[in-house]
Design a protein around this ligand. Structure first.
Ligand code: COA
Length: 428
């Protein structure tokens, strides 16, 4: 068996042999296929990148049919059970789990870069109390770029690492301060004695106590949610980070672009939509009627379906278990009954079975976030904080990949042919 593909062009009768590597053909190999010398050559057409690999990556592996997710080879279930978010961030960025001393040094680095310049406090005051925290996150990442101008030295390994540390460290501070501002509460400075997720909870919820002690169940639950959201290979926001970064823009603005992509309701905004949907449904008894509306295309079952998973999202399985632990601390969330009923009916229904629509990561995460006291506007931010490590790992991998160049898709032009300009007074 040879690893090639033979293509016969029926327009010319000519045959071409192109190599098949890793189950792919190179789109550039198609360009030799021409009807005549002046022909540009064959291109592939793939709106929304449904069947196009845009890079080679060693970071995250997904088998959507089997419901498998691994970071650097480690199954997500094992990481969620045994690791911490900061250890996972190290793994994503550096490719290996850290040794004890490396982990300590990494945690120290992150912990000592959590402070924001006081300018950010003044800057926060410029927003209205109800400004969406994702809008602020996008803006503040852009603003950080103006502070750390050395970050433009993207090929200097020391500077690159420094700015990676800064971003992972400062994301929770930006998010927490946006939340505090929306409530009119004073900002809480980072507490270096707490864990990454414990410090985040402190900056969000501390009132007058001299030192905030996070509930260990909620602190761990948040850390697990951060692990689950840390990377997901070439999704919309990661593609945005890579695409913007490919122009050699600095990591702050590349991540501002990624955050903007994550903001959309079909991506990181979905968990917010799940909660709103559950509220609209209102009760378990109303579920069959809602399912009918989904099948009639009058509504969408938010938190269901995925471009890649055609099986149960492995992250949703972990989150479902986590929900039980959280609700033991916070008390039951009545929306959980509606969600469970939706899942039960949908998984039996031919419409969903046929289309392989299963719960995704967003189906249950919103319920946990809400029980922990987060307003819905904060949900996509809670996704963006841990995804920063994935974006940065992917961005860095892209910069080191000799095959990558500035991202620039082709198009099929469908507009007018040549026409001559007519002055406005002659246009009739
Ligand atoms: N509710 C109802 N029907 C859905 C559905 C949902 N959540 N998701 C997909 N479908 C249907 C589509 O209508 C389509 O049906 P058709 O073939 O009869 O037209 C079929 O399933 C395939 O869906 P499609 O939109 O082509 O899949 P996609 O890969 O382009 O979209 C999502 C993936 C995630 C954008 C999509 O499933 C979705 O919008 N889900 C809800 C939002 C969400 O939870 N996003 C978070 C993702 S982590």
């Amino acid at each position: 068996m040879t690893d090639t593909l033979t293509i016969t062009d029926n327009r010319t009768g000519k045959s071409y042999e192109v190599p098949v590597t890793d189950g792919t053909v190179r789109a550039m190999d198609l360009r030799q296929i021409k009807v005549n010398e002046s022909d540009f050559g064959l291109m592939s057409y793939d709106p929304a990148y449904k069947n196009t690999a845009s890079c080679r990556s060693a970071i995250t592996y997904i088998d959507g049919d089997k419901g498998i997710l691994r970071y650097r080879g480690y199954p997500i279930e094992q990481l969620a059970e045994q690791s911490t978010y900061l250890e996972v961030a190290y793994l994503l960025l550096k490719g290996e789990l850290p040794k004890r001393a490396e982990l300590d040094a990494w945690q120290y680095e992150i912990t000592t870069h959590t402070y924001l310049h006081e300018f950010f406090k003044t800057s926060m005051e410029g927003y209205r109390y109800d400004a969406h925290p994702m809008g602020r996150l996008v803006a503040f990442l852009g603003t950080l770029s103006t502070f750390y101008t050395d970050s433009k030295e993207i090929h200097d390994p020391i500077i690159r690492e420094q700015n990676i540390v800064r971003i992972i460290a400062k994301m929770p501070t930006i998010a927490a301060w946006a939340y505090r501002h929306s409530l009119g509460r004073p900002y809480v400075y980072p507490d270096n004695d707490l864990s990454y997720s414990g410090n985040f909870l402190s900056m969000l919820f501390k009132i007058a106590e001299p030192s905030y002690q996070p509930n260990p169940v909620l602190e761990r639950a948040l850390d697990v949610l951060f692990i689950l959201h840390a990377d997901h290979e070439q999704n919309c926001s990661t593609a945005a980070a890579r695409s913007v970064g490919s122009s050699q823009a600095d990591p702050y603005v590349s991540l501002a672009a990624a955050s903007a992509a994550l903001y959309g309701p079909l991506h990181g905004g979905a968990n917010e939509q799940v909660l709103r949907m559950l509220d609209r449904i209102g009760s378990k008894a109303a579920v069959p009627d809602f399912i009918k509306r989904v099948k009639n295309r009058e509504a969408k079952l938010m938190g269901f379906g995925h471009r890649v998973y055609k099986n149960y999202d492995p992250r949703a399985r972990v989150i479902k278990k986590l929900a039980d632990q959280v609700f033991e601390v916070t008390g039951p969330n009545p929306r959980l009954d509606i969600a469970l009923e939706l899942e039960r009916i949908a998984l039996e229904d031919e419409f969903f079975v046929q289309r392989k629509l299963y719960p995704n990561v967003d189906f249950y995460s919103g319920l946990i976030y809400e029980a922990m006291g987060f307003p819905v506007e904060m949900f996509p931010v809670l996704f963006a904080i841990p995804r920063a490590s994935g974006w940065l790992a992917q961005w860095s991998e892209m910069l080191d990949d000799k095959e990558q160049k500035i991202a620039r898709p082709r198009q099929i032009y469908t507009g007018s042919g040549h026409r001559d300009y007519v002055p406005s007074y002659e246009r009739g």
